[in-house]
Design a protein around this ligand. Structure first.
Ligand code: ZN
Length: 535
């Protein structure tokens, strides 16, 4: 038997209830209590960890993200936050220095945004990339994922010349001489991305491990991750099985994406269902999308956009198509969750669920991911049918700069209504949609509590009546996320019988001012009673 005692801590049990120590045996919490009592009860040979007065909370459980994409981004050249072309070059050079890829290997990076460049505010062109990596074909995607720049050798490898026809709905930019500049847009991006060799199983597994190590650094002990997609769900599931069989450090609940009944039925016919799996790897809900994003004005609105009356956004499924998928999932005992950002999209999903939910009881825990643009009657529909809300407070960091322009002040005032949802008694959990935003749990909590961006603006918070208190925010990120995966009896609390998934924090987030939460560090992450990260 392996045993662990954490003592001399401030251990969060539930609102108003803290203990000093916790005893873990074989990955399960056996007891919480005073330092004296727990040390006395600890078996011989137990590891003793002195928390030195620090705060210990249940491990964070990210209720919606994309772990496999996180791993891909970590394995590639990361350009997010690069503030100059010179900085992009520095990062590319540092990547080559560190990884020593053989000459001719295609290099791939993402995350640049010319709006942040302070030297020259322009998109990257192929000559910039030729200079950065003279020996490697190089492709650098812009942060939006809709534009990329390829080096001259990457264009050559892809066979792209001034005469190449762009894919429908795409563009290949040409200079005055009719030569490609290296910039490809939208559907044309694939014409050069296709030179990246397919990933082997070994590479897939390594990338998952990289992402799991990052989760541990972030204090994240469980993720609900959408990586299984049409056409490649089996390969992804098998990669997770291989990784989890070796050295599991993160619990994974897979949100599985299907867009139409055929492939979903094939998946079901093999016995896959919500809940199939074990404590470290489980099949989660069917995941669908009904709209796009607010930034790109593709989120589906009931009324035209305030700042572009020519559009209401774009539905990506019909109501009938959505109803049919929800019906199939429900009949097979599967949860459904649907990406819905605009009020039109949320209305569609609520309507679909209202057709299968009887008497306000939602035993399959169907939910809506994002839930951004809402009015009060919609929020009440969540409560009436007990529909879960899987939200991302960190989205406020960017969205607060566009939401009033996009939807007007009145609707903005009832949107991102995280505190109203909680007060209504809706099951509301937190995630990051990583890699859309970093998996950083501290920043996510900070945004929920302060409603400020990461620079501390605006000083009073964005619609501050929707600020959550720190207890509710921690509970949404732990207990409520566990509820979304039917694990609230084993996950999300530091109580006897629960998995020993815990995080030691550098500061007492329960007593410091909200503004200071952002400076908190994850000092240690414990999964299954084992330290998987120590700062
Ligand atoms: Zn997502």
């Amino acid at each position: 038997m392996s045993a662990l005692v954490i003592y001399n801590g401030k251990i969060y049990v539930e609102r108003g209830h803290f203990e000093e120590a916790v005893l873990v045996e074989d990955g399960i919490i056996k007891a919480v209590g005073s330092t004296e009592g727990i040390l006395a009860a600890a078996p011989e040979g137990a590891r003793r960890y002195d928390a030195a007065g620090r705060t210990v909370v249940p491990g964070f459980n990210d209720s919606h993200q994309h772990l496999q994409s996180v791993g891909e981004d970590l394995a590639n050249i990361q350009l997010l936050g690069a503030d100059s072309i010179a900085e992009v070059k520095r990062r590319v050079r540092a990547y080559i220095e560190k990884n020593q890829p053989a000459p001719g290997t295609v290099l791939h990076g993402q995350g640049w945004n010319q709006d942040y460049f302070t030297d020259e505010k322009r998109v990257l062109v192929r000559q910039d990339l030729d200079d950065m990596a003279p020996e490697h074909p190089l492709i650098l995607e812009r942060a939006c994922g809709h534009i990329l720049t390829a080096s001259t050798s990457a264009l050559e490898m892809a066979g792209i010349t001034g005469d190449t026809k762009p894919a429908d709905g795409g563009a290949i930019d040409l200079d005055e001489q009719g030569v490609p500049t290296g910039v490809l847009r939208e559907n044309a991006c694939q014409q050069v991305l296709c030179i990246i060799p397919p990933v082997t199983e070994e590479i897939m597994d390594d990338r998952l491990r990289l992402a799991m190590a990052h989760a541990a650094e972030c204090g994240v002990t469980s993720v609900q991750s959408m990586d299984m997609r049409p056409g490649k769900w089996r390969r992804t599931w098998e990669a997770y099985q291989r990784v989890q069989a070796k050295d599991p450090t993160l619990r994974v609940y897979q949100q599985v994406n299907f867009l139409e009944p055929n492939e979903f039925n094939e998946f079901l016919s093999e016995g896959f269902r919500t809940g199939v799996g074990d404590a470290f790897l489980k099949i989660g809900p069917l995941k669908m999308f009904v709209d796009g994003s607010l930034g790109a004005r593709t989120a589906l609105m009931r009324k035209p956009y305030n700042d572009d009356p020519s559009t209401c956004g774009i539905p990506t499924m019909t109501q009938e198509g959505l109803d049919e998928m929800v019906r199939i999932a429900t009949e097979h005992g599967c949860t459904s969750i649907v990406h819905a950002i605009g009020d039109g999209a949320i209305d569609m999903v609520l309507s679909a669920y209202e057709k299968v939910i009887k008497n306000g009881e939602n035993p399959l825990r169907h939910g809506i991911v994002h839930c951004q643009i809402t009015d009060m009657p919609m929020l009440e529909r969540f409560k009436k049918s007990d529909i879960l809300a899987l939200v991302q407070p960190i989205f406020l960091h960017y969205d607060m700069t566009v939401v009033e322009d996009r939807v007007g002040k009145e609707l903005a005032s009832t949107s991102y209504a995280f505190e109203t949802l909680r007060k209504l008694g809706v099951h509301e959990s937190f995630g990051t949609d990583s890699p859309v935003e970093d998996m950083n749990a501290i920043n996510n909590l900070y945004c929920a509590v302060t409603r400020k961006n990461l620079k501390g603006e605006p000083s009073e918070g964005f619609y501050p009546e929707e600020c959550m208190d720190i207890y509710d925010a921690v509970d949404a990120y732990t207990y409520e996320s566990a509820y979304a995966s039917f694990e609230e009896n084993v996950k999300g609390r530091i109580k006897p019988g629960y998995y020993a998934d815990m995080v030691v924090l550098s500061q007492d987030i329960f007593t410091i001012p909200g503004d200071e939460i952002i400076n908190t560090k994850v000092d240690a992450t414990i999964v299954d009673g084992r330290f998987v990260y120590e700062r």
